[in-house]
Design a protein. Structure first.
Length: 173
């Protein structure tokens, strides 16, 4: 299993697509955006769900965490059943977020990858995307990496997704 962690608009999804193309075996891809999109509409902007502040801040509640834990358990079960999986996530809680994954993935071989991107570059991508709250990329650029331990780090500020994917693929057993 490969887990990519990086802030919003850091380039994780592009790397995932490239990884699926360059890795010799088929890999399933799951991202935190997919999980958020799967939530009931009433959880968007609610205290127990996920809230996006005007300044780009993100907060999550107890209902979100409960469903997120079930989602992670499901992914871990697929990995234990033999599926090769790459996850793109945003560790809003830094090391605490990584610890939640470590707990559920006990016994699973995981390559932990930090996806870094200069906040100015990520903010430019955020504007170009048009589907993110302005300020989210800048707020998350460093926050998501606090205390997190990686096997490998890539920086998409000046490196294309394909080149990052090739570096990661070289570390996959």
């Amino acid at each position: 299993m490969i887990i990519l962690n990086g802030g919003s608009s850091s380039g994780k999804t592009g790397i995932v697509r490239c990884l699926q193309a360059v890795l010799p075996d088929p890999w399933l891809a799951f991202g935190v955006d997919d999980f958020v999109d799967a939530l009931p509409a009433r959880m968007q902007g609610s205290e127990g769900g996920i809230e996006f502040a005007e300044d780009g801040g993100v907060s999550v509640g107890a209902d979100f965490r409960e469903l997120e834990a079930a989602w992670a358990e499901g992914i871990a079960t697929m990995a234990r059943a033999g599926a090769r999986i790459v996850v793109d996530d945003v560790f809003l809680g830094g090391v605490a977020s990584q610890e939640r994954w470590r707990k559920v993935l006990d016994g699973v071989d995981v390559l932990w990858v930090g996806v870094r991107c200069d906040s100015d570059v990520a903010a430019g991508r955020e504007i170009a995307r048009g589907d993110r709250t302005p300020g989210m990329a800048a707020q998350q650029a460093d926050l998501v990496h606090l205390g997190v331990a990686y096997d490998l780090e890539v920086d998409t500020s000046r490196t294309e997704s394909l080149d990052c994917a090739r570096v990661i693929a070289a570390h996959v057993r």
